[in-house]
Design a protein around this ligand. Sequence first.
Ligand SMILES: Nc1nc2c(c(=O)[nH]1)N[C@H]1C(S)=C(S)[C@@H](COP(=O)(O)O)O[C@H]1N2
Ligand SMILES: [Mo]
Length: 332
Amino acid sequence: MFYFRRKGWEVPDSQATDEAIFMSRRRFAKSLAAGSILATAAPAALIAGSGEALAKRVPLTVEGDPSADLYPVIRNPRYKFSREITPAEINASYNNFYEFGSHKSVWKAAQDLKTRPWMVKVDGMVEKPFDIAIDDLLKQVRLEERVYRHRCVEAWSMVVPWSGFPLADLVKLAKPLGKAKYVRFESFHDSGMASGQKAFWYPWPYTEGVTMAEAMNELPFMVTGAYGQPMAKQFGAPLRLALPWKYGFKHIKSIQRVTFTDQRPETFWEKLAAREYGFWANVNPEVTHPRWSQATERVLGSQERVPTQLYNGYGEFVASLYEGMKGEALFK
Ligand SMILES: Nc1nc2c(c(=O)[nH]1)N[C@H]1C(S)=C(S)[C@@H](COP(=O)(O)O)O[C@H]1N2
Ligand SMILES: [Mo]
């Protein structure tokens, strides 16, 4: 099973997931919750996987999440992936989430994130600004699963089965005015809850942004779940963004505000280090980071280092967005 890994970083080729595995995992989780699991009732691998997860105590979802019954959702087969899905335990224990610290085991600290109640504010250049509770938003959209590659600017990558809905659907709900040119996203700001936000030298809250043209592209995905369940806190529950052709730092987590504006949003990393991290952040193996090469990437969950692809391999969907934008720093 891809849900666990006995030792090393090796994942046999046969370990890709599918709907059936999600279903059996879901049933398994439910029977566990009911306290009625028989050792013979579930595949041994699931039991072993669950044991290993418990041993590491890496949460793969939010316990008691009110949206749990919405998952798993059907995978959209349009988005192909050539490598194995990254085992959930690996993904869920190797994260960037500076609100909870700058180390790679922020997953533990991130369990302090309170994901309900969770309001999302939609404002700026829209017909009528509104606030919506995450569970009401979930009722207004159609969830699907998309397996996306995820390439961090730190030159590691994963393959993740996200659940969620297209950003374009949120834009339609928001009804932006014609003069809106950008969508700005903002994470929460609560240093009482998130210990990392006591680090005053960071420009909290975390903010990100895309152009309206990017937002209306089919790829941007508002993520609400991962691995067939409501996503774990460390992934940026209950609402994060996935922009698979851009470096991971654009994939803002735990979104509380979505603002339509005619001003290009300044982003968290741009404010910190504009020389290294820009607004566009499109993946390009030929444009080196000031401190390291972007030519290859370490595939988490395997021993492999593979060549990085232009637009992280999603050029067919997004390259046209940038035609004729020669003067822009599209790749940092
Ligand atoms: N709010 C917030 N969003 C964030 C970050 C963060 O520190 N805070 N880190 C970013 C970075 S650098 C990456 S690579 C991805 C990591 O997502 P993952 O932990 O699901 O792999 O989240 C991005 N979104
Ligand atoms: Mo990143």
